[in-house]
Design a protein around this ligand. Sequence first.
Ligand SMILES: Nc1ncnc2c1ncn2[C@@H]1O[C@H](COP(=O)(O)OP(=O)(O)OP(=O)(O)O)[C@@H](O)[C@H]1O
Ligand SMILES: [Mg+2]
Length: 222
Amino acid sequence: MSLVATAVSKDYPTRSGPLSVLRGVNLELSRGEALAVMGPSGSGKSTFLHMLGTLDRPTTGEITLEGADPFALTERDLAAFRNRRIGFVFQDHHLLPQCSVLENVLVPTLVNRDTKPAETEAYARTLLERVGLGGRLDHRPAELSGGERQRVAVARALVLKPVLLLADEPTGNLDRTNAAAVGELLLELHRQENNILVVVTHSLELAKLFPRVAEVNDGALV
Ligand SMILES: Nc1ncnc2c1ncn2[C@@H]1O[C@H](COP(=O)(O)OP(=O)(O)OP(=O)(O)O)[C@@H](O)[C@H]1O
Ligand SMILES: [Mg+2]
């Protein structure tokens, strides 16, 4: 198993005492597997995704990626691990407005010293072709539609060939047509890259495209 969550719980400290969001969640995913995560607002989907992405620590329990416990690393090594192994797509594209489409896709490679600039740039161009934006490399995000911006965000998440691709409501801001296109694109690239894909979504249409669907409810993942 490449991604394993074992008895993961999360409490947030609040003024009225600890808020228990997740309790004893287990998950196992291998390379090539894709999971859609659904559940009511406030149930803890983003919290769970952030922990899988090492952006937040479980209160108790363990998460391993390819056998390694990322939370045992120093902050500096954890940041490098996250950059190298995990790709993120959020509801908002978080593209840099002053940078071109190609530059935005290359952002994760700037802090990564063991990649070769010529190779990563060639791969970024290939990815942008694959998401249908090969003709828009020099455009700024403001010159793109919402769906196109989100496709740039997908290319950026994949530029370092992460083993784990995480997306939190990636189609939440898109109309139906664009949502379907971005959803299908995520799954298509996931299959081509043979990574692990976890997508949080409120869209039943998107979830239906996934071989596995889980629901976060009352602190559990079912
Ligand atoms: N930093 C925090 N401090 C305290 N409580 C938090 C924090 N982050 C999230 N929460 C609480 O944890 C619960 C789960 O939040 P989370 O964002 O994971 O929900 P979600 O399932 O992603 O919801 P949505 O579908 O609305 O995005 C919510 O009750 C939220 O208020
Ligand atoms: Mg959320």
